[in-house]
Design a protein. Structure first.
Length: 172
């Protein structure tokens, strides 16, 4: 005699079974919508190589604005402030490149401030250049200036191109 086992379910078990079925159906529908959207709307499901667009962002840590001249993270450094549209811009670029190519360990950091930048425009007036400036509030620059900052104070203020070159790239 073989007994037949019947599975008896309570009403609570039946409700739970229906609930699980509904959850599975909803998940299947949401998953299907997701795959259809990726395949037909964004078209990136099957074209993985073509959709990998990346943008390389480069941050120039050597560039600064006048308002940040005095608060660089080093105790001693140079800041070259110049108008990139002036007649001496090419000479200053050469001086900066020569300085960057130096390999000596004693070389200080050099920051560049472009007076042609709108953020620095208020500090540019060649007729009223302030060579005795001690802080950001008193800065007023001409076409070219080299500052040597030491201990949060302006140690040197050089406006002569030849002296700038000698200061940044001394002959040994």
């Amino acid at each position: 005699m073989e007994r037949r086992r019947e599975k008896l379910r309570t009403a609570e078990q039946e409700e739970m079974y229906k609930f699980i079925i509904v959850i599975l159906v909803v998940l299947a529908i949401v998953g299907g919508i997701y795959l259809l959207t990726r395949a037909f709307v964004t078209k990136d499901l099957f074209n993985k190589d073509e959709t990998k667009e990346t943008t390389k962002i480069e941050v120039n840590y050597k560039s600064a604005i006048v308002g940040n001249i005095m608060n660089r993270p080093y105790d001693e450094y140079y800041v070259i402030v110049y108008n990139t549209t002036s007649e001496v811009a090419a000479d200053l670029s050469t001086i900066i490149t020569d300085f960057d190519n130096r390999t000596d360990d004693a070389k200080l950091h050099l920051y560049v401030v472009d007076l042609n930048n709108k953020l620095n425009a208020d500090y540019y007036n060649p007729e009223k250049e302030n060579t005795k400036a001690t802080g950001v509030s008193s800065f007023m620059f001409g076409d070219k200036t080299l500052l040597k900052i030491k201990g949060g104070k302006v140690e040197k203020y050089i406006t002569d191109l030849t002296k700038m070159k000698e200061e940044l790239n001394p002959k040994k």
